[in-house]
Ligand binder design. Structure first.
Ligand SMILES: Cc1cc2nc3c(=O)[nH]c(=O)nc-3n(C[C@H](O)[C@H](O)[C@H](O)COP(=O)(O)O)c2cc1C
Length: 222
């Protein structure tokens, strides 16, 4: 008996048209000082369409929440961004023109998640702007990873209010890293709302995976 393809099958079929992207090893030596980046940090909404070199994308993602030590708390790798109980529950989806990929910090690569240009959905409906910017990062909380953390299992991790406070903070810490990395390179960065239901559908997320915010990065428009 043939089965009607589900939305999940279709999304996976579309994503399978994309190849994984192996990222070059992060190379952030000589990127300027933290003090200079703090002085330059700001939201820039006028962003041009020029693509980011793959090395810059790799460096950006590593700065966001990459692995910065093999052995961090609770026996897991440590990351550039702190997370509650080292749960590492925020996934970064990298929205590019040709498709959307899930950043795999341990493998240092991008795994295809959906084909097609989702950049217009990575900003909230009615807000618009920046659709031609090369990269939009979408921060998605995985509640299951938080509730069943491999880290310190404190009771609060099963309380929805506590969970919410944790995953919003954890996403904010990643976004702050992105702002500072962008400032250090003279890139434009813009943290903003996103179309959560549309992204959840297109990325085929489970109900306990929640898109929270997005951040657009590129070169400042001339
Ligand atoms: C939680 C949060 C949500 C935001 N949402 C939006 C948004 O939807 N659209 C937008 O243009 N800017 C958004 N911003 C950017 C802020 O407007 C911006 O950071 C603020 O005006 C301060 O400007 P600065 O980043 O240049 O210091 C958001 C910032 C935060 C922290």
């Amino acid at each position: 008996m043939t089965r009607k393809p589900s939305d999940r099958d279709e999304a996976q079929g579309a994503a399978s048209a994309l190849a994984p992207i192996a990222l070059p090893a992060p190379a952030l030596a000589g990127r300027g000082t933290l003090a200079a980046a703090l002085r330059r940090r700001r939201t820039t909404r006028e962003i041009g369409g020029k693509p980011l070199p793959l090395q810059t994308l790799s460096d950006l993602l590593w700065a966001a929440c990459g692995v910065n030590r093999k052995l961090g708390p609770f026996g897991m790798p440590g990351r550039t961004a702190a997370s509650a109980s080292n749960s590492q529950e925020i996934d970064v989806y990298v929205v590019l023109k040709q498709g959307t990929y899930l950043y795999d910090p341990r493998g240092n690569r991008l795994t295809p998640a959906a084909a097609g240009d989702l950049r217009p959905l990575a900003i909230s409906h009615g807000q618009g702007g920046g659709e031609s910017a090369p990269v939009r990062l979408v921060y998605v909380a995985d509640i299951d990873r938080l509730a069943n953390t491999a880290g310190f299992a404190e009771p609060g991790l099963r309380d929805p209010d506590v969970q919410r406070s944790y995953y919003y903070v954890d996403a904010g810490l990643i976004a702050a890293n992105v702002y500072l990395f962008a400032a250090s390179l003279g890139l434009a960065a813009w943290f903003h709302n996103c179309d959560k239901p549309a992204l959840a559908a297109k990325l085929n997320l489970r109900p306990d995976q929640r898109p929270l915010f997005a951040q657009t990065v590129g070169y400042p428009a001339k």
